[in-house]
Every structure is written in structure tokens, then in C-alpha cells.
Design a protein around this ligand. Structure first.
Ligand SMILES: [Zn+2]
Length: 299
């Protein structure tokens, strides 16, 4: 039997991109090569959809425009499953490397495409590799608001990818008023008060499960809600191994791939999870209407 569900609820979020689009492989896989590589994002995301349906849990899927353009049926299956459709931008360039104009173009392209395919409003955005913050890219929040997004979930407390933020709880970026829902981190008493990510991805694959669960329970004791993320490729141990990757990035990418699916399902049994727009509805100013709804009439 699994442990009883913890009192706090948590957002379950999936960043829908493929194994070759990660920052770790940027040095060995050029963007121009993406098209020809073994695409695994559809089967891996479908696997997650099946697992979530069986577990009766809903999630938020931050879908990359590049993926949505090539696999519109996958986007429709996400919406049909009762999940929240959100944006991971179009081309997966780190926000700190983009001009405001390039960022606006990337955001618009992704949002329009996802809404046209999914038939639902896209309210949320997650920056590639959490590469923005009020301090490093304040203009990014203005542009998110201007392009019709209601929230971002794009920053890590502490230093991260040239961005990061001091805030642990959801906050309104002062200039734009846009809601930022940071990734979960805790000052871990177990680790001498150090700030430790407790939000998924590589850290979830590396940490012993009981430690991760203990950190998440600390989040709830502090009166916060968790914000968990994973990529479809993180449950896929059969993905190709590109040559020329240095030992450390290769280890970082591949560690725990065999056991992540089982750990993820243990996590959703042990804790309560739901879509981001449900878990953080109070911060967003009310519960959203769920379900496919026409966005615009034909013009
Ligand atoms: Zn990403």
C-alpha cells in the first residue's frame, strides 16, 4: 500500500519536447539536424497520457510549437484527456539569448498554433530550461502579458541558467502584473539549510525517492503547493545516445531513465496532483472553465 495522500496539492506539468532538443546536447546536435532524428516524443507523451488516465490524474502540458506543428493529433489527445494545454514557446531557444522582438515572435507563433489545433485558450507559458526571470529578462513579462498569457512558470528560486529569482511562492511581476509560478525549491534542513530544487526533472531522477517525498512534504508544511515537471523523454531509456557528448552531461541526461516512470507513478499515488490552472486557481483569480471551447469564429 502506498502512503496516504499528503494534504497539499501539486501541479503536475510536462514539458513536451524531444530528447534531442535539450540544452545538454546543444553542443553535439545542431538545430538543423532535428528534423532527421529519431522522433520519440509522440509515443512517450502518449505513454504519459495513458498512465495519467489510468491514475485518474490531470496535468498541464507545456507543448513546444515545433512539436505541435508536426504532431497536431498529439495536441488534440492532450486536450481530449482533460489536461491543460499550455505553451513551451516555439523553437526552444533560451529566453536570455533572445531579443524582445524574437521572443514576441516565438511566443505568438506557439500560442496561435496551439490554440488553433487544440481549440482551447492557452494561458500558461514555460521558458525553455527556466531561462528567464524578473531580474534578467523583465521585458519578457511585458511581452507575455501583451501576447495574452495569464501566467508563466519559468523561474527557479536561486541562480539558474543565468536567470533565477529570490521568490519561492507565486508572485506578480511588478511591471506587467503577470503571475509567475516558480518551480518548487526548499531550504532543506536535512541539507544544512541549502536551497534545493524539489520540482522534478533531473533532480527527481537523481534523488532517492524518500528524500524527494520528504522535501515535498516540507513544501506543504510551509503552506505552499508543489510545482512538479518532467519531460516525456525522461521515461524513455531506449532513446538514442548521440556521440561526442562529454561524460558529465551524458550522465546528467541519462541517469535514472529506467526507473523514472515507476517513480512518477509512485509520486502521483502518494501525493495529490492536478493541472496548474486548478492548483493555482486562487493565484490566477478563479477557476478556469475546463473543456474544449471554440476560441474564435471563422473570419
Ligand atoms: Zn524544454
Amino acid at each position: 500500500m502506498s502512503a496516504p495522500a499528503a494534504a497539499g496539492s501539486n501541479a503536475l506539468t510536462i514539458d513536451v519536447e524531444d530528447w534531442f532538443q535539450v540544452e545538454n546536447y546543444k553542443g553535439v546536435i545542431r538545430r538543423a539536424e532535428w528534423e532527421a532524428l529519431d522522433r520519440r516524443v509522440v509515443r512517450n507523451t502518449d505513454r504519459l497520457l495513458d498512465l495519467f488516465a489510468a491514475a485518474g490524474v490531470r496535468a498541464t502540458f507545456f507543448v513546444l510549437g515545433w512539436v505541435a506543428f508536426r504532431h497536431p493529433d498529439l495536441v488534440r489527445r492532450i486536450v481530449a484527456g482533460g489536461h491543460e494545454l499550455a505553451s513551451h514557446g516555439y523553437g526552444h531557444a533560451r529566453v536570455v539569448t533572445l531579443s524582445p522582438m524574437a521572443f514576441r515572435k516565438d511566443l505568438r507563433a506557439a500560442k496561435r498554433l496551439l490554440e488553433d489545433i487544440g481549440g482551447v485558450a492557452v494561458r500558461g507559458y514555460r521558458a525553455p530550461t527556466f531561462s528567464m526571470s524578473p531580474g534578467s529578462t523583465p521585458w519578457a513579462y511585458d511581452i507575455l502579458a501583451e501576447t495574452g498569457h495569464a501566467y508563466s512558470s519559468s523561474v527557479f528560486p536561486g541562480r539558474h541558467e543565468g536567470a533565477g529569482s529570490a521568490e519561492f511562492a507565486p508572485f506578480r511581476e511588478p511591471r506587467s502584473g503577470l503571475l509567475e509560478i516558480p518551480m518548487t525549491a526548499v531550504r532543506a534542513a536535512l541539507l544544512g539549510g541549502r536551497t534545493v530544487p524539489a520540482s522534478g526533472g533531473g533532480w527527481f531522477r537523481i534523488m532517492p525517492y524518500p528524500l524527494f517525498a520528504a522535501l515535498l512534504r516540507q513544501v506543504h508544511r510551509e503552506g505552499r503547493q508543489g510545482n512538479f515537471y518532467l519531460h516525456p523523454w525522461e521515461i524513455d531509456p531506449g532513446q538514442p545516445r548521440p556521440s561526442g557528448v562529454a561524460a558529465l552531461p551524458e550522465r546528467k541526461h541519462r541517469i535514472g531513465l529506467h526507473s523514472t516512470e515507476a517513480r512518477l507513478m509512485r509520486l502521483v499515488r502518494d501525493f495529490r496532483f492536478d493541472r496548474m490552472d486548478q492548483v493555482f486557481a486562487a493565484d490566477l483569480g478563479g477557476l478556469p472553465a475546463i473543456g474544449p471551447a471554440p476560441l474564435r469564429t471563422a473570419a
